[in-house]
Design a protein around this ligand. Structure first.
Ligand SMILES: Cc1cc2nc3c(=O)[nH]c(=O)nc-3n(C[C@H](O)[C@H](O)[C@H](O)COP(=O)(O)OP(=O)(O)OC[C@H]3O[C@@H](n4cnc5c(N)ncnc54)[C@H](O)[C@@H]3O)c2cc1C
Length: 462
């Protein structure tokens, strides 16, 4: 029986980051992982493979749509599906191997197998029981489906199956207009698949700024995506030819249906805690199946902590990572902290969508007086040169103090641009602080400065 200061269960971005930080802080650390490779959902079937496919297909579209406009002539590239999947797999492999390297470098033991917690202070992996002063549950999440919808990962697929299709289908119905469905839908739309999104709400991207929701949906429609909104899916029937999705319209109960080669069910994810033995251990859970934690990621059982997708909060890799570092610091006696008010959210389509902080609706609901500084990418020279003039940067600032309360971007590199605003928010900056910071020309980030200027005396290029 080996004895550790900390055993982390799960090696996703929450777990592996936590293990590395524990080791850096001088704690003897092991990480349990049941998969064949480290890195969790994120590296194996989530963020990384989906971004590889988004990148490859974005290059394809760029070549088809914009190359000739720039005088780049020649035969248009065709898709070799096997090689595209091999590129994706190679990206996964180099990343998962990278975590293995970091574990070795930091002298973290990888305990291979599925772990459970028979009692506080003990972790069982296979037949072996290991001792740990502190246990961190970072067991992540799994795709969830709808009642009456059976995912067979062949014709009716989750995001995992969608990353492994035998070939790009002619048609695909995406159930759920959230981030994962729209990203994967975009991948296949660029490969020539006819995409229909069936969404229960009257808008896509639940929780995002309403103007971003509308603008993004308009852009996707322009690209050829069809939307069925306000539709509650009743059933999905797979047949030899394809699958039929049947829904009921929320407004009048009218039934509708559509058929496609592939149905992607992207209706969300559920916390994954199966097999850990949490019930017998007496760990309290929320009514949504998440591990209940306090402000320091402690569960109801002494010495047992939880982080990442299996606890409350946005299911995002960087949120899990931040919690991983913070809980390690807490265990080591430091003041681990996560600022949940400044966690950016990004959609890696083209253009990208990014947001942080409050939406206009949330500020209205809070009764907070605020001003809006908005700048269109049409006024940004770099964006226009690169055919990326669609979209905007919107900064929301307190009406009196000018403090930045939120930002919403739809446009080129939005996922990178948002971080300037995140740093500003962490420092409690006013929009004027951004507006008075010199930004290099010509960059997309000038649009952020212009939106900040628009919170004051006005943007220059609009
Ligand atoms: C298609 C897709 C795209 C995504 N894209 C993004 C994105 O672009 N950006 C972003 O921020 N987020 C994205 N996400 C979400 C992101 O992947 C998750 O938020 C993140 O992986 C959560 O990290 P985690 O460490 O909590 O858990 P996970 O990454 O789910 O890792 C948990 C690990 O624990 C292991 N495990 C569970 N139970 C046990 C056990 N009992 N014993 C041993 N091992 C166990 C599992 O095998 C798994 O490897 C995406 C998700 C999907 C599905």
């Amino acid at each position: 029986m080996a004895s550790y200061d900390v055993i982390v269960i799960g090696s996703g971005p929450g777990g592996y980051v936590c293990a590395i930080r524990c080791a850096q802080l001088g704690l003897k650390t092991a990480c349990v992982e049941g998969r064949e490779t480290l890195g969790g959902t994120c590296l194996n079937v989530g963020c990384i493979p989906s971004k590889a496919m988004l990148h490859a297909t974005e290059m394809l579209e760029e070549a088809h749509v914009n190359f000739e406009k720039m005088g780049l002539m020649g035969e248009k590239p065709k898709v070799d599906w096997e090689r595209m999947l091999a590129y994706k797999q190679n990206t996964i492999d180099t990343n998962t191997k990278g975590i293995e390297f970091l574990f070795k470098k930091n002298k973290i033991d990888w305990l291979k197998g599925w772990g459970s917690i028979p009692e506080a202070g003990k972790v069982k992996v296979g037949d072996e029981v290991h001792e740990a002063k502190h246990i961190v549950i970072a067991s992540g999440s799994d795709s969830s489906s709808l009642p009456g919808v059976e995912v067979d990962e062949d014709k009716v697929v989750s995001s995992t199956g969608a990353l492994e299709l035998k070939e790009p289908p002619n048609s695909m119905i995406v159930i759920g207009g959230g981030v994962i469905g729209l990203e994967l839908g975009s991948v296949y739309r660029r490969l020539g698949t006819q995409i229909t999104v069936v969404e229960y709400m009257d808008h896509i991207l639940p929780g995002m700024d309403a103007e971003v929701q509308k603008t993004f949906q308009r852009m996707l429609k322009k690209e050829g995506v069809t939307f069925v909104m306000g539709a509650a899916v009743q059933k999905v029937e797979a047949s030899d030819g394809g699958s039929t999705v049947t829904w009921k319209a929320k407004k009048d109960d009218k039934e509708g249906s559509a058929e496609a080669d592939i149905v992607l069910v992207s209706t969300g994810r559920r916390p994954f805690t199966d097999g850990l033995g949490l019930d017998a251990l007496g760990v309290e859970m929320t009514d949504r199946g998440q591990v209940k934690t306090d402000g320091h990621w402690k569960t109801s059982v002494d010495g047992v902590y939880a982080i990442g997708d299996c606890i409350a909060g946005p299911m995002l890799a960087h949120k899990a990572e931040d919690e991983g570092m913070a809980v390690a610091e807490t265990i080591a006696g430091q003041a681990g902290h996560v600022n949940y008010d400044v966690i950016p959210g990004v959609i890696y389509t083209h253009p990208e969508v990014a947001s942080v902080g409050k939406t206009e609706q949330q500020l209205k609901d809070d009764g907070r007086a605020f001003k809006v500084g908005k700048f269109s990418f049409m006024g940004n020279g770099r964006a226009k040169a690169n055919f990326m003039g669609d979209g905007f940067v919107k900064i929301l600032a307190d009406k009196e103090t000018d403090r930045i309360l939120g930002a919403h971007i739809i446009g080129p590199m939005a996922g990178d641009l948002i971080h300037e605003i995140c740093v500003a928010m962490e420092f409690g900056a006013a929009a004027e602080d951004l507006a008075r910071t010199c930004h290099a020309h010509p960059t997309y980030s000038e649009a952020v400065r212009e939106a900040a200027l628009a919170c004051g005396d006005g943007a220059i290029h609009s």
